[in-house]
Design a protein around this ligand. Sequence first.
Ligand code: SAM
Ligand code: SF4
Length: 385
Amino acid sequence: MSTNVIEQAKAAPSVELGLYVHVPFCASTCDFCAFYQIMPTAGDIRRFLEGVAAEAALAEWTGPVSTVFWGGGTPGLLAARDLTRLAKLVSDRTGGTPREWTVELAPASVTEARLAALRDCGVTRISLGVQSFQPRWLEALGRKHTREQVYRAYARIRKAGFANVNLDLTFALPGQTGEEWVADVDAAVALAPEHLSTYCLTFEEDTALWVRLSQGAFRLDPEKEARLYETTWDRLGALGYEQYEISNFARPGFACLHNLNTWRMQEWIGLGPSAASQQGGWRGSNPADLGLWLSELAQGRRMTADRRTLSPALLAADALVFGLRMNRGVDLAAWRLRCPDAPWREMDENLARLAAEGLVEQGGGIARLTRRGRLLADAVGLELI
Ligand SMILES: C[S@@+](CC[C@H](N)C(=O)[O-])C[C@H]1O[C@@H](n2cnc3c(N)ncnc32)[C@H](O)[C@@H]1O
Ligand code: SF4
């Protein structure tokens, strides 16, 4: 019997421990990206690996790690031997084999040697940053790969034996037509990945695209964004990809467990500069700077940026904001039990108001966004916090 993606989302136990490793290296900076990353020297890579070893020794490994996610940056920029070294640095701490282990790769960095190293380490899932199949839009985003490199990378990933592959796509690029976006969706589906993440382009402060936006080179078009969102949901649904979150779609049984655990406000250890952790009643991030992260570690400190106690109010509000974005919604009854001291009266009033506005629907103790609510998810989230 095949597992339905939404049933898969329901089935997970209540507290799981994830591990996120931020590999802060890229060959160049894309025009839209605000994630912390640098173009590394050999010394940076050596210092990063030493830092991960030091941070892994400081972290509290409270139980077996159920999911691992290496993101970035571009983990695939590390040489095969460094990928193996990185895996060894943490593997004796994770307490057995994780249920899922994802590594993000950029198409230009996918080589047979790197894939073989990842497979031998136990990686189960590859996430490939495609963004677009069209040269014009790859260039507009400042991506350094070509369409041919995407196809070559995908073929190599399959040949290496990976049976769980995600493709990242980006839409609502300034000037992009609906037809061009549908062509990208169709090109991705034609490759038959198990999972698709479709992100609406956001203009992050200080990125090259943000500078062009603030200079008036183009304007935001929320109505067009909404149309493209709906086109994506309908098309991928019709093509057999079940939507389980606003931007995420999967074949049955292939929802990303690591992200599900994060959105369900489980616990995770984050290693590497800028990585966030949530554990033991605390949330915090590492400094988004390789040198600062290392100097904090040298003094025995980690997750010192934005450090805050996970109060019941904060935890329950985040559970609502992230839970509503999932198609299965958020189990309010379970959260009442987990956080009895959260301000539930106020939260119930907010939910009732959003339901009256047609943005949220409730039933059987579950709350979720309506289709219209999904189009206004960021505004709904702001209402709730
Ligand atoms: C941090 S990147 C890592 C993947 C890998 N480095 C790559 O780009 O090939 C993960 C994904 O975030 C998405 N992303 C990053 N910045 C974004 C933005 N400003 N708007 C929309 N999506 C974004 C892209 O789809 C990207 O593939
Ligand atoms: S989108 Fe990926 S490859 Fe581009 S700068 Fe960001 S992390 Fe690096």
